[in-house]
Design a protein around this ligand. Structure first.
Ligand SMILES: Nc1ncnc2c1ncn2[C@@H]1O[C@H](COP(=O)(O)OP(=O)(O)OP(=O)(O)O)[C@@H](O)[C@H]1O
Ligand SMILES: [Mg+2]
Length: 448
């Protein structure tokens, strides 16, 4: 079943309009001085066509944040906007699914589902019809007249889903919807949710799901917002570019789960992990050759910080030619551009003044950390017994996000960078990337 990948909903994900905009939301419950806020300047957005997971430990403020999005709580400062409009009361464009199901025990399944519609003043016949449709989609038919206590946990949560979906919310909010269920039921419902998400009949534009389960976040989300505790801040946003349907046993899945785990447990700081989680699609390589960026770094190391426009003028460069070089130096951590002035960083200065072996080593470390495509190729060739991987393999991967021409350009830049870093070379005749036999040596030796 590869239908999810070609589903327009997923193709739309990257460029869908912003639906929810949480801007610098701070929430304090107590008026006492010195009490830390539960949420501290939290910002993130939700686009049409995407599933966003809010991931954090217990007490990090996930439920509080979700309630602010639903308009059930007002932020102490900052704002939540839905399609540009500030949310000042219950947000009619959202509906919530709770961990505890929150069903009325004295009402039947059908009556529970109709409840949300009643509150909206919708007439009886229309309520009936809408509830029927959702009950059918969710797989509750046959249970319409049962009471909550007569049905299983999984069925109860289906009622929870149906009650939220029947109002056709633009954004479906879910607060740990699977965590009160046993493992198998939870997995089954996750699968059903993803199937619904990929289908035309699903009346929802985006989903925000709160969870403390890393695997669940990686399985479901297009983007994961990781909240830290005390106070709750966004620690890291992680795009999940794994193709759907996702395989929990795929190495890339496991790697992502591990990295997120390292951020959440504080074993690795977010600044270190963020570049490691980036994918070739999220960090396109600037069109700069190693010669170009080395030459430019040397020039800066001789002359000190410079206004970019002046350099361009002096060297008779078009800005268009200069910018990719600057972008590359910035991406690799060799330079910083601030208010139109470019200056080398400490690493950049060392790179520019080092002898060739040391400069290769600094370059290798920088590309493996900051250039995801180079890292991907280096990792792939290192794993093969014969140390080669067909170029086609990476081209296919890149074609998912880039045009064919741009994919080719990306591969050429990666080849140039990877060759200088002594990680791999590209054999044009055989369309093959080949591991450099010195690839490990360059990282540990090289002198300083
Ligand atoms: N209405 C409230 N009044 C006072 N404090 C509150 C209120 N709601 C939440 N808090 C506090 O805010 C903090 C964050 O709570 P919240 O329920 O948002 O966290 P959470 O990340 O959803 O946790 P969990 O994973 O346990 O559900 C907690 O310390 C909680 O005690
Ligand atoms: Mg909670």
């Amino acid at each position: 079943m590869t239908q999810a990948r070609t589903d327009p909903r997923h193709a739309r994900a990257a460029k869908g309009e912003v639906l929810i905009d949480v801007e610098s939301v701070t929430k304090t419950f107590s008026n006492r001085d010195g009490e830390p806020p539960v949420l501290d300047h939290v910002s993130f957005s939700v686009h049409e066509g995407e599933i966003v997971a809010l991931l954090g430990r217990s007490g990090s403020g996930k439920s509080t944040l979700l309630r602010c999005v639903a308009g059930l709580l007002q932020p102490t400062s900052g704002s939540v906007r839905h399609r540009g409009r500030t949310v000042e009361g219950p947000n009619p464009g959202t509906a919530m699914v709770f961990q505890s199901f929150a069903l009325m025990p004295w009402l039947t399944v059908r009556q529970n589902v109709e409840l949300g519609l009643e509150a909206k003043g919708i007439g009886r016949a229309e309520r009936r019809e809408k509830a029927e449709r959702v009950i059918d989609i969710i797989g509750l038919d046959g249970f319409e007249d049962a009471y909550p206590k007569e049905i299983s946990g999984g069925m109860r949560q289906r009622v929870g889903f149906a009650r939220a979906l029947v109002v056709e919310p633009e954004v479906l909010l879910m607060d740990e919807p699977f965590s009160a269920l046993d493992v198998l039921t939870a997995e089954n419902l996750r699968g059903e949710l993803l199937e619904l998400w990929g289908s035309e009949a699903f009346p929802v534009e985006s989903i925000v799901i709160v969870t403390h389960n890393i695997e669940e976040a990686v399985l479901l989300a297009d983007r994961i917002v990781i909240l830290g505790s005390n106070p709750g801040r966004v620690r890291l946003e992680v795009p999940v570019d794994l193709p759907r349907p996702r395989d929990r046993h795929a190495p890339a899945f496991g790697r992502l789960v591990n990295r997120i785990y390292e951020v959440m447990t504080g074993r690795l700081p977010a600044e270190v992990v963020a570049p490691m989680l980036a994918t070739p699609a999220s960090v396109p390589l600037p069109r700069a050759t190693v010669d170009g960026l080395s030459g430019f770094a040397e020039l800066l190391s001789d002359a000190g910080p410079q206004p970019v426009a002046e350099i361009a003028d002096r060297l008779s460069f078009e800005m268009g030619e200069l910018l990719p070089v600057l972008d590359a130096l910035e991406l690799l951590g060799f330079a910083e551009v601030d208010a139109g002035t470019v200056a080398l960083t400490d690493t950049g200065r060392t790179f520019a003044s080092a002898d060739i072996q040391a400069s290769k080593r600094i370059f290798a470390l920088a590309v493996l950390q900051h250039a995801p495509l180079v890292r991907l190729i280096a990792g792939a060739v290192a794993k093969e017994v014969d140390s080669t991987v067909k170029g086609r393999y990476f081209r296919d991967e890149l074609n998912r996000s880039f045009s064919e021409t741009e994919a080719q350009v990306q591969l050429e830049i990666a080849s140039d960078w990877g060759r200088y870093a002594e990680q791999f070379s590209f054999d044009v005749d055989h369309d093959e990337f080949v591991a450099d036999p010195d690839r490990d040596r360059v990282l540990v030796e090289g002198g300083e």
